[in-house]
Design a protein around this ligand. Structure first.
Ligand SMILES: *Cc1c(COP(=O)(O)O)cnc(C)c1O
Length: 447
C-alpha cells in the first residue's frame, strides 16, 4: 500500500500564501545541508518502520486513529512560524483560532458561555478539571468508577485530594447505588462521569447521576476524552443517547481531539460551564509578556507554552468538517459504531468466541471461547499473535473478574483477571473492512 502524499503539494501553495505576509522583511536565508538532512531523515524513516500500521483498517487494536490530511497539513504549515499559544505575543492568530475551535467544541455540547482551552491531552484536561473541583470543594473526595481512566486516581494524589473508586455494573458503568452509599457519608466533592471508558467504551448513567447531584450537591466532571464526539452520532442506543443528551448539565468536560477528533497527538481540551472559574488561575508573573487586555490563553491554563500548531490544525479540521449532527464528521463516527456493531454481531453468534456486552460506542471486548480464565487468556494471546502474522493487528486487554465475572458465569475463574481481545474500531474505513477482518479471524480459529 502507499501512504497518502498527494495532498503535500498543497503545503507549498499554503506556504507561499503565508510568505506574502512577510514580503517586506529583508531576506535572511536559512542554510540547509540537503545531504546531511537526507541521510538523517532517511535514518529516522528507517527507525519508524518498526511500528504497527496504525493508519490502516487492518489495525484494529488500541486507540489510534490517523490525523485527517487537513490536520496534518495545517499543523505542518504553522511550523514555519512555530506559534506558542501561551500568550498573544507568541501566537496571535493561532490563539484566536484556538478560541474559535474551542468555542465550537463547547457548542457541540450545547454551551454558549464557557471557559476552555486546548492542552496536551486528556490527562492534562482532567487534571485541570479536578484541580478546579478541588479549589471549589477543598479537602473533599474525588469519586470515579473502577473502570474510569487510571489517571484520575493518580491526578487526585498529585492534587492531594482523597480518591474513592466506585464499583461498576456488568456493563462497565458506575454503580450508582454504590456511589450513593458513599455520598451519604458526605465526603465527596466531585464525581467523574466517564463518557466512554477507555477499556470498553462504557458510558456512566449520567441522567441518574444528575438526579443524585440535586440531592447531594457535588460537582460533576465528565471525562469524555474518548467518547465525547459521539454526541454527534445518530446511531447510539437509547440509554447511551440519554447520557449524551444531558452532558450540557455537567460542570466540566474533558475531550481529546487527538483521539476521535482527527488530530495529531498533543491535542486535548478542557471545558468549564461557568466561565467564572477562570479567576482560580489568576497569577501575577513578571516573566510572561502579557501585552494587551485581551484574554491570553496562558491566563486560563496550567500549562504555559503550548503548540499553536495544534490549534491551527484543529481549527482547519473543524472548518472543513463542522461539528454538527448529520455532517461529514458525524458520518465518520456513525460508520465506526456500525463497524463495531457488525463485528460484535458476528462474534456474538459464533460459538468459537465470547463477547462481554453490546458496545456502547465503537470498542469491542471479546475472547476465544475456553472453559477457564487461564485458558481463555492463553488463547487470546495466541489469536493476537497469529492475527498479527496475517496482517491483522488486535489489542490485548486484561480485565478484572469484577467486570467480566458477571457476564461469563459459566467460566471457571481460576484467576482474578482475564486477558481478552480488544478492538477500537475508530476509523470509518473499518466498516468496509469488517468482512476481511472476519475472514482472517475465521481462518485462524478454524482448528
Ligand atoms: C485517553 C483517555 C484519558 C487520557 O488522555 P490522554 O490524552 O491519553 O492523556 C483519560 N480518560 C479517558 C476516558 C481516556 O480515554
Amino acid at each position: 500500500m502507499k501512504l497518502e502524499t498527494g495532498s503535500l503539494s498543497l503545503l507549498y501553495k499554503a506556504l507561499e500564501q503565508l510568505e506574502t505576509a512577510f514580503a517586506e522583511l529583508p531576506d535572511c536565508d536559512v542554510e540547509v545541508n540537503m545531504e546531511a538532512l537526507q541521510s538523517t531523515l532517511l535514518a529516522a524513516a528507517d527507525r519508524m518502520r518498526d511500528n504497527y500500521p496504525y493508519f490502516h483498517p487492518l489495525y484494529a487494536g488500541q486507540m489510534l486513529k490517523p490525523p485527517h490530511p487537513i490536520a496534518r497539513l495545517a499543523y505542518m504549515l504553522s511550523l514555519w512560524l512555530n506559534p506558542n499559544n501561551h500568550a498573544l505575543d507568541g501566537g496571535r492568530a493561532s490563539s484566536a483560532m484556538e478560541k474559535e475551535a474551542v468555542a465550537e467544541l463547547a457548542q457541540m455540547f450545547g454551551w454558549q458561555a464557557h471557559l476552555g482551552h486546548l492542552c496536551g491531552g486528556g490527562t492534562m484536561a482532567n487534571l485541570e478539571a479536578l484541580w478546579v473541583s478541588g479549589r471549589l470543594k477543598p479537602g473533599k473526595m474525588v469519586a470515579a468508577s473502577a473502570q474510569a481512566h487510571y489517571t484520575h486516581e493518580r491526578i487526585s494524589h498529585v492534587l492531594k485530594l482523597p480518591f474513592q473508586a466506585v464499583p461498576c455494573d456488568r456493563r462497565g458503568r458506575m454503580d450508582l447505588n454504590a456511589l450513593e452509599t458513599e455520598l451519604k457519608r458526605g465526603k465527596i466533592g466531585a464525581v467523574v462521569a466517564t463518557i466512554g471508558t477507555t477499556a470498553t467504551g462504557s458510558v456512566d448513567p449520567l441522567p441518574d447521576l444528575l438526579a443524585l447531584q440535586e440531592r447531594y450537591g457535588f460537582r460533576i466532571h465528565a471525562d469524555a476524552a474518548y467518547g465525547g464526539y459521539y454526541i454527534l452520532a445518530n446511531n447510539l442506543d437509547s440509554e447511551t443517547r440519554k447520557a449524551f443528551d444531558c452532558l450540557s448539565r455537567v460542570d466540566s468536560i474533558a475531550i481529546d481531539p487527538h483521539k476521535h477528533g482527527l488530530q495529531p497527538y498533543g491535542c486535548g481540551c478542557v471545558l468549564f460551564k461557568d466561565p467564572a472559574v477562570g479567576k482560580l488561575y489568576k497569577h501575577d508573573s513578571p516573566y510572561t509578556y502579557f501585552s494587551s487586555t485581551e484574554l491570553h490563553l496562558g491566563e486560563i491554563s496550567l500549562e504555559c507554552s503550548r503548540a499553536g500548531a495544534s490549534a491551527v490544525a484543529l481549527w482547519a479540521t473543524q472548518r472543513l468538517m463542522p461539528l454538527v449532527p448529520g455532517g461529514q464528521f458525524a458520518a465518520g463516527l456513525e460508520k465506526s459504531r456500525q463497524a463495531a456493531l457488525l463485528l460484535f454481531g458476528k462474534l456474538e453468534s459464533d460459538s468459537r468466541f465470547r463477547t462481554a456486552f453490546r458496545p456502547e460506542l465503537d470498542i469491542i471486548i471479546w475472547a476465544p471461547r475456553a472453559d477457564s480464565a487461564s485458558r481463555t487468556s492463553r488463547l487470546s494471546r495466541e489469536v493476537f499473535e497469529s492475527a498479527a502474522k496475517r496482517g491483522l493487528h488486535l489489542a490485548l486487554a486484561t480485565l478484572p473478574i469484577e467486570l467480566l465475572g458477571k457476564s461469563w458465569i459459566d467460566m471457571e475463574w481460576d484467576q482474578d483477571q482475564i486477558t481478552c481481545l480488544r478492538s477500537c474500531l475508530m476509523k470509518p474505513e473499518h466498516l468496509d473492512w469488517i468482512e476481511r477482518i472476519w475472514q482472517i479471524l475465521d481462518e485462524l480459529t478454524q482448528r
